[in-house]
Design a protein around this ligand. Structure first.
Ligand code: MG
Length: 304
C-alpha cells in the first residue's frame, strides 16, 4: 500500500495510491460513501500514529470498493489532484545521516572521511516541498546548490532505546527526499544546518510506501538524474550504517515518534564531487528514483 497527501480543489486529505490506474482513493470520502461517516485522520502524521488500526480499515475499504458496480468512480485521477509532500509539515526537524555510503564520503574528502559512527544533522521542517515542485535557486544566498537523492524512513511506532533487532517494527514505511544542499553555506558555517535548510530544499515524496511492500530496505537500487543524465547510481546495500543501526543509534537516548523522518544518506555522484563541480542551475530537472518506492521529480526555479 502506498499513501499520499493530496489536494483536490480546496481539500487536502490522506489517500491510497493506485499507481497502475494513475489515481488515488480518498479515504474519508470513500468511507463516507460506504457508511455515511468519516473516521480517518486528515493529516498523515495522525494517520501514521494510528497506523495499525488505519491500515486494517484501509484494507477493508479497498476491498469494499472492488465489490461495487463501478469501483473506478471512487478514485480521483492523478490529473485532477496535486500530490503534496506526504508529510507536508513535519512535527520536528528531519533527521539526516551524513556520508553513509563510503564512495560519497571519499568524494567529499578522502577515505579518512568514512565515519566510524553515524553523522547526524537535521533539516528545518520549513524546507519541505512536494513532488513536481520547484526549488528556489536562492541567488544571492548560495551559488553552489547541489542534489542528494536519499531513501527515507518514516517512523511509525514511538520508542527509546530501540534494539537493532526490533528497529524495523518501529518503521511505518519509506519515501524519498532530495537533500538539496547549499555547499558554500555548508562549508562556511561549522554546522550543516543553514546549508541544508533553505526554503524549498527538501523535496519529499511522491508518497509513503508501507513497510509491508519492502522486504529489505537495505537492498534497494537508488538513482538520481539531472536533466535525464544519471549522476548517482547505487544500492542501499552499500550503506555504512544500515537502517536498523541508524534507528538504534538515534533512539539510544532520544525518543523517536510516529511521523519522524530519517533520511539515510546519499550515494556518490553529487554535483560537488565532479571536477569541475556540476552545481544545479535554474531550469534543471532532478529525478530521484528508489526501487519499490517511486520517483521524486523536482525542478530548479528557472528565474530569480
Ligand atoms: Mg544528505
Amino acid at each position: 500500500m502506498k499513501f499520499a497527501t493530496a489536494k483536490h480543489r480546496e481539500d487536502i486529505f490522506v489517500c491510497l495510491v493506485d499507481e497502475d490506474q494513475k489515481a488515488v482513493l480518498p479515504l474519508n470520502r470513500t468511507e463516507q460513501a460506504r457508511t455515511g461517516e468519516t473516521s480517518f485522520p486528515d493529516s498523515m502524521i495522525e494517520f501514521i500514529s494510528d497506523g495499525d488500526r488505519c491500515i486494517g480499515k484501509v484494507r477493508q475499504l479497498a476491498d469494499w470498493v472492488q465489490t461495487q458496480e463501478a469501483p473506478n468512480a471512487y478514485f480521483i485521477p492523478f490529473s485532477e489532484i496535486s500530490l503534496l509532500a506526504p508529510i507536508p509539515r513535519p512535527a520536528k526537524n528531519i533527521f539526516c545521516i551524513g556520508k553513509n555510503y563510503a564512495e560519497h564520503a571519499i568524494e567529499m574528502g578522502s577515505a579518512e572521511d568514512i565515519p566510524k559512527a553515524p553523522i547526524v544533522f537535521t533539516k528545518a521542517p520549513t524546507a519541505v516541498i512536494g513532488p513536481n515542485e520547484s526549488v528556489l535557486n536562492h541567488r544571492g544566498v548560495t551559488s553552489e546548490l547541489d542534489y542528494e537523492g536519499e531513501l527515507v524512513v518514516i517512523i511509525g511506532k514511538s520508542g527509546r532505546a530501540i534494539k537493532k533487532e526490533e528497529a524495523l517494527d518501529h518503521v511505518f514505511g519509506y519515501t524519498i527526499i532530495n537533500d538539496v544542499t547549499a555547499r558554500d553555506l555548508q562549508s562556511k558555517h561549522k554546522q550543516y544546518f543553514i546549508g541544508k535548510s533553505l526554503d524549498t530544499t527538501c523535496p519529499m515524496g511522491p508518497w509513503i510506501v508501507h513497510k509491508s511492500l519492502i522486504e529489505n530496505p537495505n537492498l534497494l537500487d537508488i538513482e538520481t538524474k539531472v536533466n535525464g543524465e544519471v549522476r548517482q547510481s547505487s544500492n542501499t546495500k552499500h550503506f555504512i550504517f544500515p537502517i536498523e543501526e541508524i534507528i538504534s543509534v538515534l533512539s539510544a537516548g532520544m525518543t523517536l515518534e510516529p511521523g519522524d523522518i530519517i533520511a539515510t544518506g546519499t550515494p556518490a555522484g553529487v554535483g560537488s564531487g565532479f571536477k569541475p563541480p556540476m552545481f544545479l542551475q535554474p531550469g534543471d530537472t532532478i529525478e530521484v528514483k528508489v526501487e519499490k518506492v517511486g520517483t521524486l521529480k523536482s525542478f530548479i526555479q528557472d528565474k530569480d
